[in-house]
Design a protein around this ligand. Structure first.
Ligand code: ADP
Length: 259
């Protein structure tokens, strides 16, 4: 339901791409990349043509999450061909540099790298490009928000106060630069013990829903803390692709249906 790409000065649309959606978080380690991958797969499951751009230049994790190795080749027009997996077209800095090579770059280089990953890739026709942003509200996020015609941003947070404070900062950043916030996802929302079936709210529960209400933005759903989500991520076979019938996959698809 996101609006068309928003054009504004400097926000040149990307030819062939209908919607660009950012997945953002205030803090690292809250499950932003895991959510971005499974959300992209959920959108593809709705019959949409979906691309996934790993805009985390310093810590690209999408290649590993999707189990993609190898390097993209170049088209005759000197554009990069995105990699393909599980029906997604994928581009990441991780395809271009070795995994253990640190990107010792200052802001302007990061910005130009993101711009290239976005515009110098032959995406073809896409209904939606999901962008996994690095955590926080720094250069990369501002570049995306100001130079890319984002249709909207999805904010991922754990239910903890400390994560929510940072999530609110992210949300306010998007609002400041006139990018619609599509809503908040609560990740690691609760834990159900596989042995006794008892539930533990490890990072508390419901904080993101309350925050969404307070910030007057949609609450997109809760994803539990579950070993299957971690295992499938680590194996490069994200849960929505490898276990589409699991309740967690349904939870991700429900998020996809709302954005
Ligand atoms: P971020 O992109 O916010 O840094 P990641 O998506 O890389 O976070 O997730 C951090 C770690 O937590 C990864 O090991 C991932 O597999 C795991 N993880 C993320 N979401 C869940 C979840 N809902 N249940 C279990 N493990 C999760």
């Amino acid at each position: 339901g996101a609006p068309q790409q928003r054009s504004a000065p400097g926000r040149t649309p990307v030819a062939g791409i209908q919607h660009i959606i950012a997945v953002a978080s205030g803090k690292g380690g809250v499950g932003k990349s895991t959510t971005a991958v499974n959300l992209a797969l959920g959108l593809a499951g709705l019959g949409l043509k979906v691309g996934l751009l790993d805009a985390d230049i310093y810590g690209p994790s999408i290649p590993r999450l999707l189990g993609i190795t190898g390097k993209p080749d170049t088209t005759p027009e000197k554009k990069l061909n995105p990699m393909q997996k599980f029906g997604l077209k994928v581009m990441s800095m991780g395809f271009v540099v070795a995994e253990d090579t640190p990107m010792i770059w200052r802001g302007p280089m990061v910005m130009s790298a993101i711009t290239q990953l976005l515009r110098e890739v032959d995406w073809g026709q896409l209904d939606v490009l999901v962008c996994d942003l690095p955590p926080g509200t720094g250069d990369a996020q501002l570049t995306m928000a100001q130079s890319v015609p984002l249709s909207g941003a999805v904010i991922v947070s754990t239910p903890q106060d400390i994560a929510l404070i940072d999530a609110r900062k992210g949300l306010n950043m998007f609002r400041k630069v006139d990018v619609p916030v599509l809503g908040i996802v609560e990740n690691m929302s609760y834990f159900t013990c596989p042995h006794c079936g008892g539930r533990t709210d490890i990072f508390a529960h419901g904080g993101a829903r309350a925050e969404a209400e307070k910030m007057q933005t949609p609450f997109l759903g809760e994803i539990p803390l579950d070993i299957k989500i971690r295992e499938t991520s680590d194996a490069g076979t994200p849960i929505v692709a490898s276990q589409p019938d699991s309740p967690h996959s349904a939870a991700y698809r429900a998020v996809a249906e709302q954005v």
